[in-house]
Design a binder for this molecule. Structure first.
Ligand code: G3P
Ligand code: CA
Length: 290
């Protein structure tokens, strides 16, 4: 979903530099409001997974962003959602002969030439597909926190270890960051399990909605179950909360992709701990309004 709101309106309403929002450990379990996470950055207002998208989230005072990490042909980690480059860049124009334009078939230098902003709007022309290194620098600069998704790990053997190495080199695996600045998630249970085994102190989330009877097995390696929002119900959220995750705390639930105020309020009523959204302003207003 793509929602356009004039920057001036957003800025006037929230104020640049507004307070960064709640920690990931705030949540419905204690009666708090859910954490709001900007999906692929504030992707309703800026091209997804670009530095512009996380800057937009920061300008709106949103402290949590989500991204997608994959790998180039020459082994660089980059932030992009699709396994191919054609939806969100001008790769077809620059490299017409390279169909199907898979991320893993292009070098980092080639990907750095692509325009990852124009598809979304002319004013974003020239935005780039960031390397994970560049992206982490910007998240840190913005004092933001990150839900990092390892995307399509079956295509990139060893991507878990490589990602953690990079995070470690940028200082993201110290105690402070591990406590409340970083969550690593994947649709691949094997990948989440690997992250947990490599670095047990990292908080992790499985993307999906396991059957209630299977939840206990997931709670051995995942601190959270992050589910597509239409699959959630109040009883399901209670079942998840009843379990203890690998860090001894109740397993949490984040819902995605919640872009409507009524859905945000309904899910808050279910007791979810976080709402992942393309339009963090809409969701934040919905869950904080009296
Ligand atoms: O964070 C949840 C969400 O990102 C999962 O779906 O396809 O947007 O990566 P997708
Ligand atoms: Ca994602």
């Amino acid at each position: 979903m793509r929602v356009r709101v004039a920057t001036a309106t957003i800025t006037a309403f929230f104020g640049l530099g507004a307070a960064i929002l709640a920690t990931p450990h705030a949540g419905a379990a204690g009666g708090d409001r859910p954490v709001v996470v900007s999906h692929r950055g504030a992707s309703g207002y800026a091209p997804e997974n670009t530095l512009a998208a996380i800057d937009k989230a920061a300008a709106m005072g949103v402290g949590w962003v989500e991204n997608d990490v994959q790998r180039t042909r020459d082994g660089q980690l980059v932030v992009i959602h699709d396994a191919t480059l054609d939806r969100t860049t001008d790769v077809k124009r620059l490299f017409p002969q390279r169909s199907p334009w898979r991320v893993k078939d292009f070098t980092a230098r080639e990907i750095a030439r692509l325009d990852a902003g124009s598809w979304f709007g002319r004013r974003f022309a020239g935005a780039r597909v960031p390397t994970l290194w560049q992206y982490m620098r910007r998240v840190a600069h913005n004092h933001q926190s990150l839900v990092l998704e390892i995307k399509n790990p079956q295509l990139y053997p060893g991507i878990e270890r490589q990602t953690l190495d990079l995070l470690g080199r940028q200082g993201w695996l110290d105690r402070g960051h591990l406590r409340d600045r970083l969550l690593v998630q994947s649709f691949s249970a094997a990948s989440v399990r690997k992250v947990h085994a490599l670095r047990p102190a990292i908080r992790t989330a499985y993307l999906g909605t396991p059957k209630v009877t299977e939840l206990k097995a997931y709670a051995r390696f995942a601190d959270q179950v992050n589910s597509e929002y239409t699959k959630l119900s109040a009883p399901y959220v209670s079942e998840v909360h009843a379990l203890r995750g690998p860090h001894g705390q109740p397993v949490k639930v984040f819902a995605w992709i919640v872009n409507r105020a009524d859905d945000a309020r309904r899910l808050t009523g279910f007791g979810v701990d976080g709402l992942i959204t393309n339009v963090p302003d809409v969701v934040r207003t919905a869950v904080t309004a009296p």
